[in-house]
Design a protein around this ligand. Structure first.
Ligand code: B12
Length: 446
């Protein structure tokens, strides 16, 4: 009898233990909406979307396969070309010794894309049936190379060239592919965790903490490190979880609504979803706020946790148990607001870059319900204002204002705030200001 119980428990995929209770239907609808957005060929394929579809409870297997094909095309095109250049550099590095040194000129090598490639590799690991390793081998090597670049950047500048978030994703993806990484590379993440280096600007570091903790949990689970380091990783994961619980807000979130799903994945991956009441409270808060997830990127990040899954589950997909029952929903909500509004738009650029400080301060009329992006366009039409955005998987990213460009390599960005000084939790295309609101665009360092 006892043996039968143990066997039965082992047969249940662990994910189901952490699944969102009761509101399963609302979660299913969110999955179907994401599928609806994914089937739109006008949108660039995003590995996070594929991961969310693969980690869901039910599936549209044909659409998932089609999406994988689009991802494959996009990434092979990108890495197929530059892999040769990196291959040459790689050989040079290895000839010099095992340690990758940062090339002298930016023309020599592209900026590492640790996070993007990591997500793609996580996606490739989540296919059913599993892909043959031979298809992924060169990409895994490519990712190892990016991670080394990031690591040597972190030795030089005190932080990875990309960010600790991407660095954490890189370690996680290599771990899910059961590829060993050098202890020093892992230690860099451990030290950053220990010294609270994950924050950017004055925002929450929760997303990054969670990604790092998932990487730690994976390394320990997959037994890719020695016992001493494994114990340190276990302790670090526990510390992160403890900090999350301490930081949980009154309304149940870890960080904000968008970082909460990442934090939940840590509880799921460490089998702590049943033992910590904080998990249930955060899940309930998330379920009450599902309408905050309006973009493909935010939906894709929320869904795995809502289905009780973490990115660690990718290495043990239950291919034979996948119900092919999901159908896409195309839901574009109509805008209800009517009339006009006026928003005050302020542009700030602190010294030393701008001795004059305030660069712009104008009232901008726009239709009620317009997005911040629409307000910026209206300001441009009014004259004396210019801006540029860059397309990213999260949506349009404000990159240049009044001719001043935020520089990725100098870690500057245009921060979006509402007066007096609340940082917005959404991008320009998503945020909808209200009449009389003052919006600030501030050139900041992170
Ligand atoms: C690191 C980071 C940043 C860095 C990115 C710089 C860099 N080179 O890494 C900086 C500090 C610049 C940044 C800025 C902002 N961020 Co940010 N950021 C992140 C974080 C922690 C990781 C992103 C990442 O590296 N992803 C991995 C790579 C592989 O994916 P990627 O899509 O290619 O990443 C690029 C874009 O996402 C872009 N980016 C980063 N943040 C944002 C936010 C928006 C709205 C857009 C369109 C693009 C964008 O920069 C990334 C690196 O190039 C995420 C956390 C998360 N859960 O996703 C938050 C996150 C994406 N950011 C968020 C927000 C709100 C912002 C800001 C709007 C904050 C503000 N009030 O100014 C600004 C963007 C303003 C603008 N100019 O348009 C939210 C978005 C929520 C939403 N509703 O979509 C997230 C989810 C954090 C959170 N939990 O609230 N961010």
């Amino acid at each position: 009898m006892w043996l039968l119980l143990v066997l039965l428990q082992a047969a249940v995929p662990p994910a189901q233990l952490c699944e969102a209770p009761e509101q399963a239907e609302a979660v299913r609808v969110l999955s179907a909406r994401l599928l609806g957005l994914a089937t739109n060929p006008a949108r660039d394929p995003d590995p996070s979307v594929y991961l969310a579809l693969r980690l869901a409870g039910d599936h549209d297997l044909r659409e998932e396969e089609r999406y994988l094909g689009r991802l494959w095309d996009a990434f092979q095109h990108r890495y197929g070309r530059s892999l040769q250049a990196a291959g040459q550099l790689h050989t040079v590095h290895h000839a010099k010794g095992a340690v990758a040194t940062k090339p002298n000129t930016s023309a020599e090598v592209e900026w590492p894309e640790t996070g993007r490639l990591a997500l793609y590799l996580l996606g490739l690991r989540a296919t059913c049936p599993p892909l043959e390793h031979v298809h992924q081998r060169s990409l895994v090597t490519w990712l190892k190379y990016y991670l080394e670049e990031d690591w040597s950047g972190s030795r030089q500048h005190g932080h990875p060239l990309t960010s600790y978030y991407q660095y954490g994703l890189g370690v996680l993806a290599l771990c899910v592919h059961r590829k060993r990484v050098r202890e020093e590379v892992i230690r860099r993440l451990l030290v950053a965790e220990h010294h609270g280096k994950f924050g950017y600007s004055n925002s929450s570091a929760m997303d990054t903490e969670a990604v790092a903790a998932l990487a730690f949990a994976c390394l320990e689970r997959e037994k890719l490190v020695g016992t001493g380091l494994a114990a340190e990783l276990r302790a670090a994961t526990r510390r992160v979880r403890k900090r999350m619980i301490e930081a949980q807000s009154e309304d149940g979130f870890f960080g904000n609504v968008y970082s909460t799903p990442w934090a939940l994945q840590v509880f799921i991956a460490t089998n702590a979803c049943r033992t910590h009441s904080a998990y249930g409270r955060a899940m309930a808060a998330l379920l009450e706020n599902l309408d905050a997830f309006t973009t493909t990127a935010t939906m894709a990040q929320a869904l795995p946790a809502l289905h009780g899954r973490s990115y660690l589950d990718i290495s043990s997909m239950h291919c034979e148990e996948e119900p092919d029952t999901l159908t896409p929903i195309d839901l574009t909500l109509p805008l209800e607001a009517q009339g006009n509004m006026t928003v005050r738009l302020v542009v700030e650029c602190p010294e030393p870059r701008c001795p004059q400080g305030w660069l712009y301060d104008q009232q901008v009329p726009a239709p009620a319900g317009a997005s911040l992006l629409d307000v910026l366009r209206a300001a441009t039409a009014q004259g004396d204002f210019t801006f540029e955005t860059q397309e990213t998987p999260q949506g349009p990213f404000l990159s240049r204002v009044l001719g001043l460009e935020a520089q990725q390599q100098k870690r500057s960005y245009w921060q979006l705030l509402t007066a007096p000084s609340t940082s917005l939790q959404m991008g320009v295309a998503e945020y909808r200001p209200h009449d009389g609101e003052t919006l600030i665009l501030r050139l900041t360092h992170w």
